[in-house]
Design a protein around this ligand. Structure first.
Ligand SMILES: Cc1cc2nc3c(=O)[nH]c(=O)nc-3n(C[C@H](O)[C@H](O)[C@H](O)COP(=O)(O)O)c2cc1C
Length: 183
């Protein structure tokens, strides 16, 4: 699929086929897509934990208070290790870490789509509980959890609601803020 097709096909899935597994080699490829992002100072700071253990996935669902997560066969816990960025860029290092995490997460979502898998970016979670389950050290930031699996249905906004993507005319300005016409 071409890039335009991939970005349009990707949607958040909140309904996975329970018990239908994902080849872990595919997950390795998907995580490797996060290694292709630009990185401030060429410092690699994004680390991901692949979780396939059903008990741990249930614990993560509890930590997110989102039940659909239980049915996902794989959860990626995407983290940033910002210490070297802070040393090199001081306060800006914190911003760079989150920006790089966003780039990494989007690559992961698109790579999952390219493999015919469904995914969901999960940002609502208890930091404390996820850290406890995953044994993540204090100085590491959890950026997101990503649920990956096979879709039983795509349900981006909840039953009965339709999410429409923003239109280009509402998101692109020319030469100055809120100028919608190109001269
Ligand atoms: C920072 C961030 C946090 C998110 N957290 C959650 C979440 O905790 N649970 C969830 O179901 N979806 C979450 N989403 C997915 C959004 O709800 C979803 O992207 C949005 O509704 C647009 O739908 P689409 O992804 O299908 O285009 C999150 C997305 C982002 C960017």
């Amino acid at each position: 699929m071409d890039f335009d097709g991939l970005t349009k096909k990707r949607k958040s899935c909140r309904s996975f086929i329970a018990g239908k597994s994902v080849d872990w080699h595919d997950v390795v490829d998907i995580v490797d897509s996060a290694n292709q992002i630009p990185s401030a100072g060429s410092i690699s700071i994004i680390k991901s934990i692949m979780v396939e253990d059903a008990y741990k996935i249930a614990k993560l669902a509890d930590a997110c208070q989102q039940d659909f997560i239980r049915d996902a066969p794989v959860i990626l816990v995407v983290c940033s290790q910002k210490d070297q960025l802070l040393r090199n860029f001081e306060k800006k290092g914190e911003v760079f870490a989150h920006q790089e995490a966003g780039a990494a997460i989007n690559n992961i979502l698109l790579a999952s789509t390219e493999k015919g898998l469904a995914s969901c970016w999960i940002g609502h979670f208890s930091d404390r509980l996820v850290k406890r389950v995953m044994k993540i050290p204090k100085d590491i930031d959890i950026e997101a959890l990503i649920a990956i699996g096979h879709a039983s249905s795509f349900n981006p906004m909840g039953k009965g609601k339709v999410y429409s993507r923003p239109k280009i005319g509402d998101t692109l300005y020319f030469e100055k803020w809120e100028e919608k016409k190109r001269k």
